[in-house]
Design a protein around this ligand. Structure first.
Ligand SMILES: [Zn+2]
Length: 231
C-alpha cells in the first residue's frame, strides 16, 4: 500500500463484491469468503455492516459529530451535551468511537464490521453495540464463533478490549497479513500529510495533538496472536 492507499485517498487497492455487497482489499476477498463459508456451515450468515471507507466519508462522519449533528457518547455509551464542550473536548469525545480521517483502519480494506443476518429477528435494525455481542445478545453465537475461528482465516480483533483508546468493538475483524503491513507503514507524518488539505473541523486541535492521538488510538490496539499467517 502506498501513502495514498494507506490514508484511503485513492481506492486502487480495493475490490467491490456484489454478494455479499462489500468493498475489500484485493488480498482480503478470498480469506473473508472462506471465513463466511465456514461460518455458514455452522448456521451463521456473517454479513459485512461496513468495511472499506474512504477519506471523504470518514471526514463527513467526523464533521457531523463535530457540529453536533450526530450524537457524542462517553466511554460508557452515555450521550454527551455537545453545547457544553469546547473544541478539545469534542475532539476527545469523537475519538472514543471514530477515527481521525487518514488514521482509520477502515481505509485499508482489511477491516470489516460484521453481524449475523441469520440470527436477526424480522425487521431488526443492527446497532453495532456491545450489548448485541455479549451472552444473551442477538449476536452472541457470532461472537463465540469468531472467537473460536477467526485466527484460522488470518483474522483477529484489534479492538478486543478496553486499552483506554478506541472502545472495544467485538464486531470489528481485521485481516492480519494486510493490516499488519498498513499499521507498520502508518505514521504521524503520513496522517498529518493526509490532513493537510482536508476540510476537517477542529483540524488545528487534531494536528497539535496528533502524536498523542496516534499513541492512544492508532498504535494502541490488539495484535494477532500468532504471526505464522503473516505474509
Ligand atoms: Zn470497525
Amino acid at each position: 500500500m502506498n501513502e495514498l492507499e494507506l490514508t484511503r485517498r485513492t481506492r486502487t487497492h480495493i475490490e467491490q463484491l456484489e454478494d455479499p455487497r462489500v468493498a475489500l482489499h484485493r488480498e482480503v476477498v478470498e480469506p473473508f469468503l472462506a471465513l463466511r463459508d465456514a461460518a455458514s456451515r455452522a448456521g451463521l450468515d456473517v454479513t459485512p455492516f461496513s468495511a472499506f471507507r474512504d477519506f471523504q466519508s470518514q471526514t463527513q462522519i467526523w464533521n457531523r459529530k463535530f457540529r453536533g449533528e450526530r450524537p457524542l457518547y462517553d466511554r460508557d455509551g452515555n450521550p454527551r451535551d455537545h453545547a457544553s464542550l469546547n473544541e478539545e473536548e469534542i475532539v476527545e469525545a469523537i475519538l472514543v468511537w471514530s477515527a481521525v480521517p487518514g488514521a482509520s483502519r477502515h481505509h485499508w480494506g482489511s477491516e470489516i464490521d460484521v453481524y449475523d443476518r441469520a440470527a436477526m429477528p424480522e425487521n431488526y435494525r443492527v446497532k453495532l453495540l456491545p450489548e448485541e455481542y455479549v451472552p444473551g445478545g442477538v449476536f452472541e453465537r457470532l461472537a463465540a464463533w469468531l472467537e473460536e475461528n477467526l485466527q484460522r482465516f488470518g483474522f483477529f480483533r484489534p479492538y478486543d478490549q478496553d486499552r483506554g483508546g478506541v472502545y472495544p468493538e467485538p464486531w470489528h475483524i481485521s485481516y492480519a497479513p494486510v493490516s499488519a503491513r498498513a499499521q507498520a507503514a502508518l505514521s504521524v507524518e503520513v496522517i498529518a500529510g493526509a490532513l493537510q488539505d482536508a476540510d476537517l473541523l477542529g483540524k488545528q486541535v487534531v494536528l497539535e495533538r496528533l502524536p498523542l492521538i496516534y499513541r492512544q488510538y492508532v498504535a494502541n490496539v490488539g495484535t494477532p496472536p500468532e504471526p505464522q499467517r503473516l505474509a
